[in-house]
Design a protein around this ligand. Structure first.
Ligand code: CA
Length: 223
């Protein structure tokens, strides 16, 4: 799941990016409104975390522009002051939720997950494949009803493959969901995560199509 973080405060931005990364999100971090606008024009995001006071283009103006494009991407606004006027202007501009600085990282992640649940569609649905059930809302995977311990990246990878069951995902497509801008991608990292998933969930779950990508075949019971 890819998140756009727009925050000009270097210390705060760095901390939030690290926290979201650890929670399994791919994070693109931009430090001004113009760069964020460009990112929104070219990439697809699951959620935008937006500071209002930004150089070049304010968060409020960026949000107004975004909503004018009819984009429905959930936006969580970070505001420095808790004044009713700020809150109202943010919500009027099209924010879905807001958080007052300073905030707790766990709370930010909980709010993001709530937004993901609300933003309709597949994101909210449990995904089942044979005896495996993946619950996006709680980041849980069970097999035969027993909880399976996956790393954040293994979870994201499994989620993507299940969402696109029956369709081959290339390594580049999968990397898009695991890594943000400027993050070092080791050339074999997808292979390593796939290897771990097979060890934990069974060797025949994920098929490799050499030179093409990976696929989880459609659940036989759903055909
Ligand atoms: Ca700011």
């Amino acid at each position: 799941m890819r998140i756009l973080l727009v925050e000009d405060d270097a210390l705060l931005g760095d901390g939030v990016r690290a926290g979201l990364k650890q929670a399994g999100f791919a994070v693109d971090w931009s430090q001004d409104g113009q760069v964020a606008k460009l990112a929104l024009e070219t990439e697809e995001y699951a959620v935008v975390v937006l500071d209002l006071g930004l150089p070049k283009l304010s968060g409020t103006d960026l949000l107004k522009w975004l909503r004018a494009t009819l984009s429905k991407v959930p936006v969580l606004v970070l505001t420095a002051r808790d004044t009713v006027a700020d809150r109202v202007s943010g919500l009027n501009a099209g924010a879905d939720d807001y958080l007052i600085k300073p905030f707790d990282l766990d709370e930010l992640i909980a709010r993001i997950n709530a937004l993901l649940r609300r933003s309709a569609g597949q994101v909210t649905q449990n995904l089942q494949h044979g005896n495996i059930i993946l619950t996006p809302a709680t980041h849980q995977v069970t097999q035969h009803g027993k909880s399976v311990d996956l790393s954040a990246r293994e979870f994201t990878l499994l989620h993507e493959l299940l969402l696109h069951a029956g369709r081959v995902q290339s390594r580049e497509q999968l990397e898009q969901h695991l890594y943000g801008w400027g993050e070092e991608v080791e050339s074999n990292s997808i292979e390593v995560h796939i290897h771990h998933l097979r060890k934990k969930l069974g060797s025949d779950l994920i098929r490799t199509l050499r030179g093409v990508g990976y696929v989880i075949d459609q659940d036989a019971s759903e055909k």
